[in-house]
Design a protein around this ligand. Structure first.
Ligand SMILES: Cc1cc2nc3c(=O)[nH]c(=O)nc-3n(C[C@H](O)[C@H](O)[C@H](O)COP(=O)(O)OP(=O)(O)OC[C@H]3O[C@@H](n4cnc5c(N)ncnc54)[C@H](O)[C@@H]3O)c2cc1C
Length: 330
């Protein structure tokens, strides 16, 4: 017998920064929210992984806070010991924005936020269908959830696929616009070394030429107890090598990184980020697509291609959802 549908006020798909920021804000004002994510843990692209005793930040490497509201949130996280300043000055002495890192990992920021809100993990939403005045989300597991409003925060192509599977047609103009949102890809190599790397302080750098966009020493950064280096390929290398043998591409990147490795590679894994960063950002920080029942799209593609943008978009979605009246009858 199929599971009985569960009914909530606001269903949020995605426990990345956008979904969690929205959920915390809505929860604070007393809304009945549920966040569903297909991942084993919360965070999305705020991702960390272990290989034996080595720990890696393999998605976002740091966050910056330019907006006052986000800066205040970062300051709160600092007092909770969830973030600390990693660096702000470069080797040449020039000062930039403070780069904040999660403590001990970037994923800890998401875990901290997820403690305050109900999050259902390892559940993939396959479709979202309108049923009179409610949204019905169908999960891969066969479960269904009904909600008075829905917020989708996955990368835009994934959100559109969920809506399409539920035959929830969007206005043609919105469909055309959202269909054209593209993302950079990123191949990430997670490398375990048998000794220290030669990456200079602060432990991360952008070579500026060649196939590597970013290389970081997770041990020097304070993430890993053992030598662990994250390499992010450039968007061009990632695109050109996406369908090639991942192991060969990994070695090609390791060869390009030789001068910074300094020790032998004992093991490596390669992770492909299909939706790394949006190439174009929408004009408004979230997209309200329907009022009855309300449907909102959010995520970094709506504000700025970084963690801060995702949070600002999540908060904007929460504000939009606070303004709409939710259908009372279930
Ligand atoms: C390699 C890399 C390096 C980066 N470096 C930086 C950096 O240094 N600084 C910075 O500020 N930003 C950086 N970014 C960008 C930053 O990580 C993102 O902008 C931000 O984390 C996006 O958050 P989000 O909530 O919009 O999306 P996501 O984090 O992608 O969250 C979306 C969530 O939706 C879930 N989901 C998707 N489909 C479904 C489904 N069908 N059912 C259930 N759940 C689903 C996913 O599992 C995911 O958890 C980097 C990103 C990458 C990939």
């Amino acid at each position: 017998m199929p599971n009985r549908p569960q009914d909530i006020d606001i269903l949020i798909v995605g426990a990345g920064m956008a979904g969690l920021a929205a959920a915390s804000e809505l929860r604070r004002t007393g809304c009945d929210v549920l966040v569903i994510d297909k991942g084993r843990g919360p965070g999305g692209r705020l991702a960390s992984r272990r290989i034996g005793g080595a720990t890696f930040d393999h998605g976002a490497q740091f966050l910056t806070a330019r907006d006052p509201r986000f800066a205040a949130a970062v300051d709160r996280w600092r007092t909770f010991g969830v973030v600390e300043e990693w660096y702000r000055s470069f080797g040449d002495g020039t000062e930039g924005h403070p780069r904040w890192r999660g403590k001990p990992t970037m994923n800890e920021i998401a875990r901290h936020l997820a403690r305050e809100v109900p999050v259902l993990l390892e559940k993939r939403v396959v479709s979202l269908r309108r049923d009179r005045n409610r949204w019905v989300a169908k999960l891969e597991s066969g479960e269904t959830f009904r909600a008075g409003a829905a917020l989708l925060t996955p990368p835009v192509p994934q959100s559109l696929a969920i809506l399409k599977a539920g035959e929830s047609a969007l206005p043609p103009r919105e469909t055309a616009r959202l269909d054209s949102v593209e993302y950079e890809r990123c191949l990430a190599v997670l490398t375990v070394l048998d000794g220290p790397s030669r990456i200079p302080p602060p432990g991360g750098l952008s070579p500026g030429a060649g196939p590597i966009a970013w290389i970081a020493d997770n041990q020097r950064k304070g993430v890993s107890g053992e030598p662990a280096v994250t390499i992010h390929a450039t968007a061009q290398f990632s695109r050109e090598h996406w369908d090639r043998d991942r192991y060969d591409s990994g070695w090609e990147l390791l060869r390009a990184a030789r001068r910074w490795l300094g020790s032998a590679v004992t093991e490596f894994q390669i992770h492909g980020w299909r939706y790394s960063r949006p190439l174009r950002v929408e004009k408004s920080p979230c997209l309200v697509l329907g009022q009855s029942p309300p449907l909102v799209l959010a995520g970094d593609a709506f504000a700025a291609p970084r963690v801060e943008g995702a949070a600002l978009s999540g908060w904007a979605a929460a504000e939009a959802l606070k303004k709409v009246s939710l259908p009372a009858d279930r």
